[in-house]
Design a protein around this ligand. Structure first.
Ligand SMILES: [Zn+2]
Length: 628
């Protein structure tokens, strides 16, 4: 029923990951075993949901997937649970982790508490002191938050007025524990000293500053609206304070302390992790954006608080979500921050989308102007990060200039190149092609580089239907087929021949044999019908003519001039595309030479010039294709 080995391996891994420094590993393992033996799984689970006895075991409605008949079983002898509906299963610690969305050690601590175990026995002295300080600093922060909150709601003040003006209601203010720091140098420290804390402690946890000559301390936050910063468990670990006017700095944050590590914390995650929708989260920049969205009903939202998103924050998010929807400010700084966040998140294999705020400067303004439904719509319509990056890039180029267009496609191809899914590559290649009028195939070559040839020809090898003689590597069956079809049509139908010969010549054909056949047709265009037998006089292998004979014109309506016109276009397109492919190959060769060799600067420069010339030729051909 349970794979015990996997479960114990997982536990080992988790212990190694989340054990605080200095803990004695064996002790922790003993404690975990002790917890599991003391906490009866059925009674712990019954605290979270209704269960019914069934023989020696219990069953109930699975809390991890929606169901109407119970498929969630608890085995008391094995002390394990298992849902036969969704497959979720494990021991009591896993259950608490899943239910509370907690890390392993946090679930262990909760369970230790429930069964009366002290978790921090036998720790090293340093670890103990550190833990004691963490506990003390957290207590100080809770007291400080209470103090700020009572300032805000206790009597009339500018802070409260400010928050009202920003559209927050009392419920939201309470939910986020917002507060106000008085315009005074020591009201907070006086309050906390009375509670029994030393000024040095207050200094060490970042709530007071020391003057330059280090003779006395003073409150760090004065005359500011206070935002308590929570860790993902909901502990207050720092504060952000916002000025009430336009003075600077607009926001003042707590410094790094043993409980507050900016790089590893995300504002609002304590709420968001309980309100996730399909493992999606909205990422915003500021306190007000987050709180405002929350008040309007967007609860799966976290904020970076003015600093660039860090890798640690990305990893933290990855525990809870698969997709991040970035909703930063719409100004230049916001766009740049979005681009950086995209890089951090995609490197962690998180799906990233970007939300468009239209003309609004930030999510706060958007949701207040347009409301919840419109913001949800914007979430729904948020665009894939590749599209966002391409759109950003586009602003830097002037499409009137061909070099710009080429450069743009090259840069965009680099973005597309990073995608792992061929379907996505296909989709964004087409998007780029639409934006620039440059062919999908050329862009794909740019994206795949040398590898494209392989996948390109392999693809056609697989669908090979007929033998082609002396087939150059990039010529596809599609090309030979369409050329032969056109030739056969003009051999058999004199009227069509007259029309088509006005539009094509030898240079529109790619395959040598077809060029010869065309020339023969031109010479004998007065004949009513030109049969295969007649062209046997040409120096063309029997096999090739045989394949010619096999081509059927049944599916073509020879009376429909539009259909014939399409075939002519396709023949021309194929030829030009082939030339473009050749030129692209040349370009790639040059580039790899430039990358690999210690080239003289002058050669490098010459090659750059040659590359521009070739790019120009590609573009000219591309224009030709588009004008067909
Ligand atoms: Zn289930």
């Amino acid at each position: 029923m349970f794979d015990k080995f996997t479960i114990s391996c997982k536990i080992e891994m988790l212990i190694q990951k989340s054990t605080p420094e200095g803990d004695n590993m064996d002790d922790i393992k003993d404690i975990i075993e002790e917890i599991k033996s003391r906490c009866d799984i059925a009674s712990i689970i019954s605290e979270y949901m209704n269960i019914k006895q069934s023989g020696n075991n219990y069953k109930g409605l699975c809390p991890f997937h929606g169901e109407k008949t119970p498929s969630f079983y608890i085995s008391t002898s094995k002390q394990m649970y298992k849902c036969f509906g969704c497959g979720e299963g494990g021991d009591v610690i896993r259950f608490v982790m899943k239910m509370e969305n907690l890390e392993f050690m946090d679930a262990v601590k909760i369970l230790a508490n429930k069964c009366g175990l002290e978790i921090n026995t036998n720790m090293s002295k340093e670890a103990k002191i550190k833990l004691e300080n963490i506990k003390k600093f957290q207590d100080i922060h809770v007291e400080a938050a209470r103090f700020y909150f009572s300032n805000l709601v206790g009597s009339k003040n500018q802070g409260y007025e400010y928050l009202m003006k920003r559209g927050l209601d009392d419920k939201t203010i309470r939910k986020f524990g917002l507060g106000f720091s008085l315009d005074s140098w020591q009201s907070l420290s006086d309050y906390l000293v009375k509670k029994g804390y030393s000024k040095l402690d207050l200094f060490n946890c970042g709530l007071v500053n020391q003057n330059d000559s280090k003779t006395h301390f003073y409150d760090k936050f004065r005359n500011r609206v206070m935002f308590p910063i929570f860790d993902y468990r909901g502990n207050v670990i720092g504060f952000g304070g916002r000025v009430l006017d336009d003075s600077l700095p607009k926001y003042l944050n707590s410094p790094e302390t043993i409980i507050f590590n900016k790089r590893q914390n995300l504002y609002g995650l304590n709420f968001a992790r309980k309100n996730l929708k399909d493992r999606n989260v909205v990422l915003v920049e500021g306190y007000m954006d987050l709180i405002s969205l929350y008040q309007y009903g967007i609860k799966n939202v976290v904020a970076t608080l003015g600093t660039a998103l860090t890798q640690e924050q990305g990893k933290l998010l990855k525990r809870y979500v698969d997709t991040v929807i970035i909703s930063y400010d719409s100004d230049e700084a916001g766009i740049n921050a979005t681009l950086r966040a995209i890089d951090v998140l995609t490197n962690l294999n998180i799906n990233v989308k970007v939300l468009d705020l239209k003309e609004c400067k930030d999510p706060d303004e958007f949701v207040r102007n347009y409301g919840l439904n419109k913001y949800n719509e914007a979430i729904e319509n948020s665009i894939h990060y590749v599209k966002f990056k391409i759109n950003c890039l586009k602003r830097e180029f002037n499409f009137e200039k061909d070099e710009h267009k080429i450069k743009f496609v090259k840069e965009s191809s680099k973005i597309i190149k990073k995608l792992k899914s061929p379907v996505e590559v296909d989709y964004y290649t087409k998007y780029l092609s639409n934006q620039t009028d440059i062919g999908v195939d050329s862009i794909k070559r740019e994206v795949y580089g040398k590898d494209y040839n392989k996948s390109y020809t392999n693809k056609y090898k697989a669908s090979k239907e007929e033998k082609v003689i002396e087939k150059p590597k990039a010529i596809t069956n599609g090309t030979t087929f369409i050329e032969k079809t056109l030739l056969k049509a003009i051999m058999y139908d004199k009227k069509i021949r007259e029309v088509v010969l006005l539009r094509v010549d030898e240079s529109d054909f790619l395959i040598r044999e077809n060029k010869e056949i065309l020339n023969y047709i031109i010479k004998n265009k007065e004949l009513d019908k030109i049969t295969i037998d007649k062209i046997k006089c040409l120096n063309i292998p029997e096999e090739y003519l045989q394949s010619f004979e096999n081509i059927s014109l049944d599916s073509i309506n020879l009376g429909n001039i539009k259909q014939i016109d399409e075939i002519v276009k396709n023949v021309k397109k194929n030829k030009i595309q082939h030339e473009i492919d050749k030129l692209l190959e040349e370009l790639q060769e040059m580039e790899s030479k430039q990358h690999n060799n210690d080239m003289k600067e002058v050669d490098f420069e010459n090659m750059e010039i040659a590359k521009i010339r070739i790019s120009q030729e590609i573009l000219d051909r591309q224009k030709k294709v588009n004008s067909l």
